[in-house]
Design a protein around this ligand. Sequence first.
Ligand SMILES: [Fe+2]
Length: 293
Amino acid sequence: MLAFRPLHGTFAAEAGGVDLTRPLTGEQVAAIEAAIAKYAVLVFRDQRITDDQQLDFSRRFGDLEETRGTGISKPGEQRLHPAFADVSNLDTDNSVLARDNRRRLYSLGNLLWHSDSSFKPVPATYSLLSGRVVVSKGGETEFADMRAAYDALDDATKAEAADLICEHSLIYSREALGFDDLSEAERATMRPVRQVLVRAHPVSGRKSLYLASHIGTIIGWPVPEARAFIRDLTEHATQRRFVYSHQWRPFDLVMWDNRCTMHRARRFDPAQVRDMRRTTVAGTARTVALAAE
Ligand SMILES: [Fe+2]
């Protein structure tokens, strides 16, 4: 019997009584959707799924994003089916990427707080991350509850943030780490997109801050002032009281709602194999009406 045990107050829950290697019933899918609307992060332990099983499970929640055309991987450099984001540190021949490997350095952007695909015009809803080979030390994924962070803002800050629109791009998050080794062609695929700063969840109705290190500015604001405000909000939103830190065990699958959470990976020994595979459920609507762009 599918049941959920809260892990951090009303944020994050561990699922029990479900086997993701088998097709789910409609009731099970509905129960997972209700639980993620409540907890935003769901942990499924000991799910020894194949890539096909992960695709089947993920597709029960909507169409999947394709990773082709985002980031810096070229055709032929992908280890996995195009519906997977390869969050591993492995090359196509399954060897560990060298420390100075360009794709590895680019992927270190995952160590910064972000929401998946906020740099796309229609950003992602859910991400599903399967830990196939996990590291023995470090490499946790931390999640911040952006609903609780919003609720805890004072009224003046809520009013100030209410109607703001931000520009998101992969260029900004990479710039933050000093990674500016991007070709003109790559930059052209990373053109900034606009997202609201405060969004309401379509199921729970709860408001949340829509933050990410992909933010480069706020429309109508001077850039340094915008970045200082976003940095302030991010510090607020990532206080320990809003954070659940997931310590990976082999074959954990963690599913989260990008509309109301941020996450980041923690550092780990770059010589160790870490094979993490993410599928991503595409969103269905922009956060900013086209007319406002
Ligand atoms: Fe991510």
